[in-house]
Design a protein around this ligand. Structure first.
Ligand SMILES: Cc1cc2nc3c(=O)[nH]c(=O)nc-3n(C[C@H](O)[C@H](O)[C@H](O)COP(=O)(O)O)c2cc1C
Length: 365
């Protein structure tokens, strides 16, 4: 069996597939189940110090289906961070880590814009033995009303400051999770690196409206007749996610990247690695296909690596990055290729002429 392990910030992932923060990591029981099934790592559902402030709505999901086969291609949620008590989370994280020491457990944390709060959540959470932190600076709905999530991630000064607060007390690696709802994702990514981030995760969901109910003309998902724009995920977002991960990969060379957005197969994951991701996270794909998809992901990735003669997963990271360039450079390359072709055609013509001459000479003799 091909070795799919990869070492990232001193952490050894048995394989590069990580369940992304969200419903797949909603409590200790499902986190353990994911490890049993073979996931390389998991980022738990985002936790905060005061769950009493988190009020979820029902319904909170919406789906976009393809016209022909009714396949789910886009998914929207207006789900908040975890509404479970912080102390319960601490118990469960410690329990999961003790039971599965070799699988990577990453704690997704979020707090209000106050140093003491970020320091407290970091110190108390790391006492459970988690392997790393992922800072949720990117949830696009609900939390920004409390100046959290994407409201922080869209402000590079705040990103740098918050990352540095966490880094001042963290003894484990810190990844900062970026929002795609920004003109240039490399600006907050560089700010996170300046604040000391060991890695960048991207992307969180894209702010969207999944649709309007044509019977009621109310937006969906409809809560008591009303809605709000929510976070869009699943395969429809993958091209945007790939672009943004590539941009971070080019802008922050040497920084660990965890890529996500619409990954549902090993082929999707390989593309994220090719543009610079060391690990690949999956949320909606696992919600739709189930945790068992991990065996298909590992088998297919191993087959891909063998087929392409890659010895290690790490060899794949960033292989496509050098081939992104500017439009002007594409035009210049095309012109050069045309010249080259014309030159070859001329050389071929001359060569044909030489052969004809030689044939005439031979015939004359
Ligand atoms: C229902 C749902 C809940 C989510 N909750 C969180 C969360 O608590 N924290 C977080 O950082 N990201 C959260 N996300 C975002 C995912 O981790 C991921 O960034 C995004 O969905 C793109 O990946 P995907 O297409 O594989 O789902 C959530 C996504 C969904 C669909």
């Amino acid at each position: 069996m091909t070795d799919l392990s990869i070492e990232v910030n001193g952490m050894r992932f048995p394989n590069p597939f990580v369940l992304a923060s969200g419903p797949p990591g909603t409590n200790g029981k499902v986190i353990k189940r994911s490890f049993e099934l073979g996931w390389g790592g998991i980022v738990c559902k985002t936790i905060s110090l005061e769950n009493e402030k988190v009020h979820n709505c029902v319904p909170r999901y919406g789906k976009l289906r393809s016209r022909e086969h009714e396949e789910v291609i886009g998914f929207q949620n207006i789900e908040l961070i975890s509404d479970r008590p912080f102390d319960l989370w601490l118990e469960e994280l410690a329990d999961c880590k003790a039971a599965y020491p070799d699988h990577m457990l990453i704690a997704s944390i979020m707090e209000e814009y106050e140093k003491d709060r970020w320091v407290e959540i970091t110190e108390r959470t790391q006492a459970t033995g988690v392997d790393a932190f992922e800072l949720n600076l990117s949830c696009p709905h609900g939390l920004p009303e409390r100046k959290m999530g994407a409201a922080m991630g869209q402000n590079p000064e705040i990103v740098e400051e918050v990352v540095s607060w966490v880094k001042s007390v963290s003894t484990v690696p810190v990844w900062a999770k970026m929002t795609p709802n920004i003109t240039d994702i490399t600006v907050p990514a560089k700010a996170a690196v300046a604040g000391g981030a060991d890695g960048i995760s991207a992307i969180n969901t894209i702010l969207a409206i999944i649709g309007i109910n044509l019977d009621t003309l109310r937006p969906m998902p409809t809560v008591e007749g009303y809605s709000e724009p929510g976070g869009y995920s699943c395969q429809a977002v993958r091209p945007i996610a790939l672009r943004q991960v590539m941009e971070i990969g080019r802008a922050c060379p040497g920084v660990t990247l965890s890529g996500m957005g619409g990954v549902e197969s090993a082929a999707d994951a390989v593309q994220f690695m090719a543009v610079g991701a060391h690990t690949v996270q999956i949320c909606t794909g696992a919600m739709l296909q189930g945790y068992e998809m991990i065996s298909m992901l590992c088998d297919d990735l191993a087959a891909f690596l063998e087929g392409k003669n890659f010895e290690r997963v790490a060899d794949l990271v960033g292989v496509s990055l050098p081939y992104f360039t500017t439009h002007a450079d594409l035009v210049a390359r095309q012109l050069e290729a045309k010249r080259e072709k014309a030159g070859q055609a001329n050389r071929d013509e001359m060569w044909k002429g030489d052969i004809a001459k030689e044939t005439d000479t031979l015939a004359a003799n």
